[in-house]
Design a protein around this ligand. Structure first.
Ligand code: FER
Length: 342
């Protein structure tokens, strides 16, 4: 029976993820945001003002319905569609697979990496560690052909700096033939263990292997769903390690809770979701989620409320009409990547 539930859950999640693959975001009114850096975005809050004021002779029929394209924190609600399209003559990076030895897990573990097209050891690059969803592995993002396009186009348009994208395998079990991902309390443990594997084993390996800006200045973390939850877990556990963090549709379980998949014991008590005073902490934390997320529902909103209650500065916004899908992911990345290396 348990197996049946797990299989159904896997199929449902896989169907949603695939529904999002290569999805074309509808052309939207956020094109102007394409030329904005966060600083410019911050200065452009007037975009929020509704521009379509009815002419004086018109009888107002209903309240204005136009959705603002940029939030007061400078977040473009949707990723502009042209950023997601291949451009003629443009070169896009390709994912490569690598392995590192994890002393923490006592075995060799995989990762994929997307180096800038013009990668040269003469430069030093910031790194984004991008964490996949539940049941995923280091190949989950590498299978997404749009991701290199989004990144390549943003770099070409001067929207973000060149950076190295590292996609690890998050399920940090010591023996992954004996332990598999799933929806039990026991199966949550390897996900949280990844925070230690990442900071103690993978990050030092990446710093040794590629030409990266070392330490916190070059270290950034983001993730989708289970990866979003582990992004939050990792920055709460190692607040001084990362400069910018982004949790897209973070899954439940960082703190106690219950949903249709399982009862979450919680990796931390609500009161532990804090940064000690005077500690170095991430400079920006973005939490976002689709308004129609049918998998994690209102859990991301509850993280926003908890962070607010516990005094953790962060940016929160919702992606209009996005489900647990690419639309939410691309919006989150589009808003997050401009911070990297700046
Ligand atoms: C849950 C709901 C969703 C959960 C995980 C997810 C561990 C993750 C979804 C995803 O990664 O896509 O209750 O519990």
């Amino acid at each position: 029976m348990k197996k049946m539930i797990a299989v159904c859950a896997i199929l449902a999640l896989a169907a949603l993820t695939c529904a999002g693959c290569g999805e074309k975001t509808a052309k939207n009114d956020t094109e102007e945001a394409a030329t904005m850096t966060p600083t410019q975005a911050e200065q452009n809050q007037q975009i929020l003002e509704p521009s379509a004021t009815p002419a004086p002779t018109e009888t107002p029929t209903a309240a204005p319905t136009a959705t603002p394209s940029v939030t007061e924190d400078g977040m473009a609600l949707l990723c502009p569609s042209d950023i997601l399209k291949k451009r003629e003559g443009a070169k896009y990076a390709k994912f490569e697979h690598g392995t590192y030895y994890s002393e923490y897990c006592g075995r060799e573990r995989g990762y994929t990496v997307l180096l800038p097209v013009d990668y040269t050891p003469e430069k030093k690059y910031p790194v984004v560690y991008l964490l996949h969803g539940i049941f995923g592995d280091e190949n989950s993002f590498a299978g997404n052909a749009t991701l290199p396009v989004l990144i390549g186009n943003m770099i070409a348009d001067g929207l973000c700096e060149e950076f190295i994208l590292v996609c690890p395998a998050m399920f940090a079990a010591s023996d992954d033939t004996a332990q598999q991902p799933g929806f039990t309390a026991e199966q949550m443990i390897p996900y949280d263990r990844f925070a230690h594997d990442l900071t103690k084993c993978l990050m030092p390996y990446i710093e040794k292997t590629y030409s990266v800006i070392e330490g916190r200045e070059g270290a950034n973390i983001a993730g989708f769903s289970m990866g979003g939850r582990e992004t939050l877990y990792t920055i709460i556990t190692y607040p001084e390690t990362f400069k910018y963090a982004c949790a897209i549709a973070p899954a439940p379980g960082l703190v106690p809770g219950k949903d249709r998949f399982m009862t979450h014991e919680g990796s931390y008590a609500e009161d532990e979701i804090r940064f000690a005073e005077g500690k170095t902490i991430p400079e920006k934390i973005i939490i976002c989620c689709g308004t129609k997320d049918s998998v994690v529902g209102k859990f991301p909103l509850s993280y926003h409320e908890l962070f607010t209650k516990n005094g953790i500065a962060h940016i929160w916004y919702e992606v209009p009409n996005a489900d647990h899908d690419d639309k939410a992911q691309y919006s989150g990345l589009y808003n997050y990547l401009p911070f990297i290396g700046r």
